[in-house]
Design a binder for this molecule. Structure first.
Ligand SMILES: [Ca+2]
Ligand SMILES: [Ca+2]
Length: 280
């Protein structure tokens, strides 16, 4: 009888403790909220003050989706599926589902499946693995080229060390007139996750900005090039906007176009071909 009484006491004591903990955590969350917000505002202020020249141009409004459903078939089939659905994606409100299938023993191949109302429409190969860790940003939905058809974008990291940790695959799925998708993917360098497209000349076709590391006279420079999606491919449009620009790579934040290389010399660094380009 005494034993039961002790147990009851212990139980109720634990309950009291967890209620107290919950209360303390709730108070802490209320106090912390403005502090967190202050940090975010400080960070935003820094971002506004220091930026690359192209960041002054209009960026797109994205719709972003993150509710990937993971189907792990690692043990039976060495396969991982990640699936995401967007209701009312198409003009007639049909839904779109994108499924990424990667293989646990192959790091250079995946399949992207596109379903319309759960009916498979396309199967596209992608020379990159997708895991729940390397999808750097959400699935991005926007009309990048201004043809009134919603396009898709994914960024997937190669997961290296040091500078190689910036290596990422940028994957665009441009919607075509027949409401299918043209896949254009390539390797790029990403600093803070997704790099937004910018409309330099406000024609509705947002310029895609790429980043490459180049050596020149003993220093390293980030070279930024501009591309447009035109007639089913990405075309370099540097000449139209007096690009590329080059920013010296320093071991601190640097956003200033270098004055060590003349504009005409910079043009010799123009990125003629996107790295590991894959068009499907
Ligand atoms: Ca489009
Ligand atoms: Ca433009």
């Amino acid at each position: 009888m005494q034993l039961i009484a002790t147990q009851t006491f212990i139980l109720s004591s634990t309950e009291v403790n967890s209620a107290l903990e919950g209360y303390i955590l709730m108070i802490a969350a209320i106090i912390m909220k403005p502090i967190k917000l202050t940090f975010i505002f400080m960070f935003l202020a820094l971002q506004v003050n220091a930026q690359y020249p192209f960041e002054k141009y209009d960026s797109l409004t994205y719709r972003q989706f993150n509710n990937w459903k993971k189907y792990d078939w690692t043990e039976k089939k060495k396969i991982i599926h990640q699936t995401l659905s967007i209701r009312s994606f198409y003009k007639n409100h049909d839904s779109l589902t994108i499924q990424l299938t990667s293989f646990t023993d192959k790091w250079d191949s995946s399949y992207i499946r596109i379903y319309r109302n759960k009916q498979q429409e396309q199967l596209l190969f992608e020379p990159m693995a997708f895991t729940e860790y390397n999808l750097w940003s959400s699935l991005i939905v926007a009309d990048f080229n201004g043809d009134s058809l919603q396009d898709l974008k994914l960024n997937a990291a190669y997961m290296g060390n040091g500078l190689a940790s910036m290596n990422a695959r940028v994957i665009y799925l441009f919607q075509t007139k027949d409401e299918k998708f043209k896949k254009v993917s390539f390797m790029d360098k990403l600093e803070y996750g997704n790099r937004m497209e910018r409309d330099f000349n406000r024609d509705g076709n947002y310029e895609i900005i790429t980043m490459t590391l180049n050596g020149y006279q003993g220093h390293n420079y980030w070279t930024f090039d501009l591309f447009n999606y035109e007639n089913g491919k990405l075309v370099n449009v540097d000449d139209k906007f007096d690009y590329p620009i080059m920013v010296q790579f320093l071991f601190k934040r640097n956003y200033k176009v270098t004055d060590k290389i003349s504009g005409s010399r910079m043009k010799e660094f123009k990125l003629k071909e996107l790295k590991d380009l894959d068009v499907k």
